[in-house]
Write a protein that binds this ligand. Structure first.
Ligand SMILES: [Zn+2]
Length: 347
């Protein structure tokens, strides 16, 4: 059992309320870094000083927030009205168990039982604004004593391993897989340069934490560790996957927000080739990562992204391959160890 992934995915940190996950990560890294701080946004920034070989500051980002819900109102019968924090498909919410607010009040996202549905209703989509979180409260007053408007709600999903321990199910692999990988890098030997590890906030609502973290630390180069949707289930019209689970680390080239620095992309691929680490180029297209904010922070920072393919992103349960996850750690590590200022020199 990968205890690090279990701890990180079962911890709570819906965008804008990352206190719990930040404290957990801080405790996990404190013995492996030379200094750490928390900036105004709530980003956890930790420096692992290098051997002094290169005068280079390398920023490695993993966003620690997760998608979830936020309470907007309490109905007269004690049910909680909510809206989403981050991108969701409302259909994935019905019937799911959540924990609400700092007291971790358990609730279920209510749905009318199948027995009570009229014919025709089964084929209709229930929208999120018609759903409620039911914490079993007898009244509005009772609910109000337990939760407040503005509280976040996070899914309750136990981390489990399948397929002989090579596949994992859990919530928030986007992006606790990236956080876990970054923690593993911090636990390793020093790099030839200073490494700034940034566990950033509010990625899921628009790359907000990374923008401030990158501008504030002004690194020379950046690497983003992520979990990208694996779109590899059978489809009617298009049989080409975006990236596939278990086929290697996903390397970004272009998404909706960023054209990755081509020098870094080439360096990442060459590093993986030299060490027989499997990777796959994510199909250029939509989506976006913190790279979009970091690359254009300040006077600009060369940046690239690696990701673990994850099925069912932004749903209460995700699935990743632990081979892909471990390969992302190896690929990031060898690429960082072989990173030199020359790679960024232009003709
Ligand atoms: Zn993400």
């Amino acid at each position: 059992m990968n205890d690090l992934l279990k701890q990180l995915t079962e911890a709570v940190g819906v965008s804008g309320d990352e206190n719990d996950i930040r404290l957990l990560i801080r405790d996990l890294i404190v013995d492996h870094v030379d200094e750490w701080s928390v900036d105004t946004m709530g980003n956890l920034l930790a420096t692992k000083r290098g051997t002094g070989q290169y005068d280079l500051r390398v920023f490695v980002d993993a966003h620690m927030d997760e998608v979830g819900l936020i309470i907007t109102d309490i109905d007269s019968n004690g049910m909680l009205k909510f809206t989403t924090v981050g991108g969701f498909d409302d259909r994935t919410l019905l019937g799911k168990v959540v924990q609400v607010g700092p007291n971790r009040v358990t609730g279920v996202i209510g749905a009318r039982a199948v027995h009570l549905l009229k014919s025709g209703e089964m084929s209709k989509v229930v929208r999120g604004d018609a759903m409620r979180i039911d914490i079993g409260a007898k009244s509005k007053e009772s609910a109000g004593n337990q939760v407040s408007i503005g509280d976040r709600a996070a899914f309750v999903t136990e981390y489990e391993e399948l397929e002989g321990g090579r596949v994992a199910i859990g919530k928030a692999f986007d992006n606790r897989a990236g956080c876990a990988a970054l923690i593993e890098l911090l636990r390793g030997d020093r790099y030839p340069f200073d490494l700034v590890a940034a566990f950033t906030v509010q990625e899921e609502v628009g790359l907000r934490g990374a923008k401030v973290a990158a501008a504030g630390t002004r690194p020379d180069v950046a690497l983003v560790l992520e979990c990208t949707p694996a779109y590899d289930q059978p489809k009617e019209n298009d049989v080409s996957p975006n990236v596939a689970l278990g086929k290697g680390v996903s390397v970004y080239v272009m998404d909706a927000r960023t054209i990755q620095d081509p020098r870094l992309v080439a360096h990442l691929m060459a590093s993986a080739d030299a060490h027989d680490i499997p990777y796959q180029v994510r199909q250029p297209g939509g989506g976006g990562t913190n790279t979009g904010a970091i690359q254009r922070a300040g006077i600009g920072i060369p940046a690239a992204t690696l990701a673990v393919p994850g099925r069912y992103a932004h749903m209460p349960s995700m699935m990743i391959s632990l081979d892909d996850y471990e390969n992302m750690i190896r690929m990031a590590d060898v690429a960082l160890r072989n990173l030199t200022p020359d790679i960024l020199r232009r003709e």
